[in-house]
Design a protein around this ligand. Structure first.
Ligand SMILES: *[C@@H]1O[C@H](CO)[C@@H](O)[C@H](O)[C@H]1NC(C)=O
Length: 140
């Protein structure tokens, strides 16, 4: 019951939120957040497959943990939730608003610890693929 209510509350949120364009996101990560040019393909590919560029995306996993936002950040380890971990020191709800500063900081922390392999979307769709094709047509 609890998870059904949670699911309903979360899916109501899915209708809103900002959806980035593919090249728009590449540009923002490159210009505003100073991401290295040669990592952009991996980042954009992972966001495409994790959240489809939607800042309000959420996903309830089978183990009942929840992934939040553009980078589908997991509440068990990274944001404040019922688990004892919140390594990004951020409210999970802040990961589904339109301000992506905290999402980016948290994603960078995750990537620095675990690499892109922390994301199944990246493992399944980007690893070993021509990720440069996700950004090669973009004006950065
Ligand atoms: C729950 O499942 C998600 C998605 O499969 C996974 O990323 C996460 O590590 C799991 N959490 C725990 C505590 O096992």
């Amino acid at each position: 019951m609890r998870s059904l209510l949670l699911l309903l509350a979360l899916s109501a949120g899915l209708t809103q939120g900002y959806v980035y364009g593919r090249c728009e996101l590449a540009r923002v990560l490159y210009r505003d957040y100073g991401f290295q040019r040669d990592t952009l393909g991996d980042w954009v590919c992972l966001v495409q497959w994790e959240s489809s560029y939607n800042t309000r995306a959420t996903n309830v996993n089978t183990n009942e943990s929840i992934d939040y936002g553009l980078f589908m950040i997991n509440d068990y380890y990274w944001c404040y939730s019922s688990s004892p971990y919140a390594d990004c020191k951020v409210d999970c709800s802040a990961l589904i608003n339109d301000d992506i500063d905290d999402d980016v900081s948290c994603a960078v922390l995750i990537q620095s610890r675990q690499g892109f392999a922390a994301w199944y979307g990246w493992q399944n769709h980007c690893k070993g693929q021509d990720v440069e094709s996700y950004v090669s047509d973009c004006v950065l």
